[in-house]
Design a protein around this ligand. Structure first.
Ligand code: HPA
Length: 270
């Protein structure tokens, strides 16, 4: 694993002189944030040695290095999902790569279904904690001691200091920021109404098919994390209407500008 990460790192360092300390993962339909990046250098995943490839619709599959809010950043435009058939360890390869490249802060975004009945479509929820409902964990197997300990703490996986910055930034730009717990499932099917009722009882506010593996791995290797869910739909059964992936991507595209502005503001203040 370490050898593969070193190979990817070596390639990237020949392509850009930027050494960003902030990494951003863009979720479904949130691609457009990448358009706001200045002096952008695009590196397709397929050209990076050892980089696992994404197939999800709405996901471009490239790293974008550049500047946002006056800071150097690197953005993952497109992420890997368990439902694509990727192994958990491949899904988190980019997280460890970012860490090796010098990233200290990871901002994760995703599209999610609103479980909390107070949430509306288009709302932005800051993730204050998560429930890993996937039934597995990317850290299973031999521990990579060079990244972190065998049993790593998750109490502050979502960094309180960054949440304070995000609340202030949302106030500044006049965005109502919801807060809550993200429950990560494997997908690819959407949930049943009974599952959503169960997840609500467990304490979840939003549900999605990504993020938890990435945040577990980021916490393991000592990255500070800030997470946002864009609520693209009310979760299954809340309204009597079937869910569709196209609708999720469409709402993501429409509402991503607001989240993009918020992230730009936050990056300037980290
Ligand atoms: N469930 C799971 N993942 C999702 C949803 C949902 O309702 N909306 C967007 N991603």
């Amino acid at each position: 694993m370490l050898e593969l990460i070193k190979a990817a790192k070596g390639y990237i360092e020949t392509k850009t002189a930027l050494r960003p300390q902030i990494g951003i993962i863009l979720g479904s339909g949130l691609n457009r944030l990448a358009e706001a990046i200045e002096d952008a250098v695009f590196l397709d995943y397929c050209d990076i040695p050892a980089f696992p490839l994404s197939t999800a619709p709405g996901h471009k599959g490239r790293l974008v290095f550049g500047k946002l809010g006056g800071k150097e950043i690197v953005c993952m435009q497109g992420r890997l999902h368990f439902y694509e058939g990727h192994k958990a360890e491949d899904i988190v390869f980019p997280i460890r790569l970012l860490r090796e490249l010098g990233v200290k802060t990871l901002i994760v975004t995703n599209a999610a279904g609103g479980i909390n009945e107070g949430f509306d479509v288009g709302d932005i929820m800051m993730i204050t904690d998560h429930i890993n409902m996937t039934g597995t964990n990317p850290l299973i197997g031999k521990n990579l001691d060079c990244f972190g300990p065998r049993f790593n703490d998750m109490t502050f996986a979502y960094t309180p200091r960054l949440q304070e910055i995000a609340r202030a930034a949302a106030d500044n730009v006049g965005i109502t920021l919801r807060e809550g717990v993200y429950i990560g499932v494997t997908g690819p099917c959407f949930e049943t109404p009974a599952e959503i009722r169960a997840y609500r009882t467990l304490g979840a506010d939003a549900v999605g098919m990504s993020t938890v593996f990435e945040v577990i791995t980021a916490a393991h290797c000592g990255l500070e994390v800030l997470g946002f869910s864009l609520i693209t739909n009310k979760a299954a059964g809340i309204i009597r209407k079937p869910l569709s992936g196209e609708e999720v991507n469409e709402i993501g595209r429409k509402s991503s500008e607001v989240l993009g502005n918020l992230i730009k503001q936050i990056v300037g203040e980290i």
